[in-house]
Write a protein that binds this ligand. Structure first.
Ligand SMILES: Nc1ncnc2c1ncn2[C@@H]1O[C@H](COP(=O)(O)OP(=O)(O)OP(=O)(O)O)[C@@H](O)[C@H]1O
Ligand SMILES: [Mg+2]
Length: 362
């Protein structure tokens, strides 16, 4: 669990959307460096209003994990994270009993019982055995902790915002972990056999943790009961304008030339038939950062190949793209209506570079 920063105020995103201030939440996230897609952001607001978990699927590098991270950073919320992997166990994510401490507890009480009159010993030991299932022997996993923190936040005065719970790469969880999450996702509670309190968590939908589940749809197919407990969105590749917005937000000091080189290059690469793995936003952010670091203002065949390592990730793709060098360079240096008009709208000098832009209303 990553706790919120005690020195900064917290913002409850549910309060913002339930009072019609979705735009404020959008701006907060954009300010923290994440530019949400408008459509998926609306879906997220529905999940917030309803209290339901939000399931997002999409290709790698499309910003699935970064979304909840940006939300937690923007609103200063505690963040619990479960990273999907094979062999994940229920007790790692929900709760476990500290059996060593429980044993010590019982041994100590056996020793104490021996000093008591014989008729009091049985009752004393019964009591000690029952107390073995106290809260202090419970070890909470990230999911258990998120539901527990939400309950604590809801009962504090003034009421504090709930934490964010990221169930990342849930397609790697497997059936038994998915099943163990059905109850908390539906009831907001985790039932713990023998525990003196019975449950942890909070059933009130408005106070539950903000659960964001991601999936790459690669490893396992998620079960329908698990999916049905979520509001669903698909993260698709952003439009070029959106990608430019993301790139300029993430690399604030990148020049217009560097933004143009990157997006024209990436757009051309994505258009090449036969390439198995297309570069995502993750790769374009890395390319702009590299251009910025190296103060790149133009590309030639040699320097272009130099940057292949950021977006060409297999031997066959490298061979294919090496054959297309002339095409890529031509595309990088050509006018692109979407890219160049977007750049001209924020950089007045850009319009002077491209006479073609005089026909565009910017
Ligand atoms: N809309 C966006 N605004 C700002 N940054 C973004 C956006 N989308 C993606 N990114 C950035 O792209 C990179 C990849 O994002 P992220 O790791 O969230 O992808 P992912 O969908 O979780 O990928 P994977 O499936 O491989 O885990 C991160 O650096 C992230 O900050
Ligand atoms: Mg991810």
């Amino acid at each position: 669990m990553i706790p919120f920063d005690q020195s900064r105020p917290q913002i409850n995103p549910r309060d913002l959307v339930s009072t019609g201030r979705e735009a404020d939440l959008f701006d907060l996230m954009a300010h923290s460096g994440y530019v949400p897609d408008e459509q998926v952001f609306e879906d997220f607001c529905e999940s917030l209003k309803s209290g339901r978990a939000w399931l997002i699927s999409g290709t790698r590098g499309s910003g699935k994990t970064a979304f909840p991270e940006a939300l937690a950073a923007a609103c200063n919320l505690s963040m619990c994270v479960v990273a999907g992997r094979d062999g994940l166990k229920q007790e790692e994510i929900l709760y476990d009993w500290d059996s060593e401490e429980q044993e010590v507890w019982i041994r100590e009480h056996l020793a104490l019982a021996k000093q008591l009159p014989i008729e009091e010993q049985a009752g004393f030991l019964d009591n000690a055995r029952r107390s073995k299932w106290q809260r202090r022997f419970l070890i909470l996993g990230e999911v258990g902790m998120a539901y527990d923190l939400a309950a604590i936040a809801a009962s504090s005065t003034p009421r504090k915002p709930p934490p964010v719970l990221i169930l990342d790469e849930s397609d790697k969880f497997g059936a038994s972990i998915e099943d163990s999450l059905l109850m908390p996702l539906e009831r907001g509670l985790i039932y713990i056999p023998r525990y003196e309190g019975g449950t942890i968590g909070i059933s009130d939908w408005q106070s539950r943790p903000i659960v964001i589940t991601t999936s790459n749809d690669l490893r396992h197919k998620l079960s329908s009961p698990f999916i049905s407990r979520h509001v669903y969105s698909r993260f698709s590749s952003p439009s070029l304008e959106k990608e430019l917005e993301i790139l300029s937000t993430r690399n604030r000091s990148a020049t217009s030339v560097q933004l143009a080189l990157t997006t024209k290059l990436i757009d051309a690469v994505r258009g090449i038939a036969g390439l198995e793995d297309h570069p995502s936003v993750r790769e374009s952010i890395d390319i702009v950062a590299a251009f910025e670091r190296d103060s790149v203002e133009s590309l030639n065949p040699k320097s272009l190949v130099r940057y292949f390592c950021y977006f060409v990730k297999t031997g066959s793709s490298r061979e294919l793209l090496t054959l297309q060098l002339d095409y890529l360079l031509a595309m990088i240096n050509a006018f692109h209506p979407d890219i160049d008009s977007w750049l001209a709208s924020r950089d007045s000098n850009w319009k002077l570079r491209w006479p073609q832009l005089s026909g565009y209303s910017i």
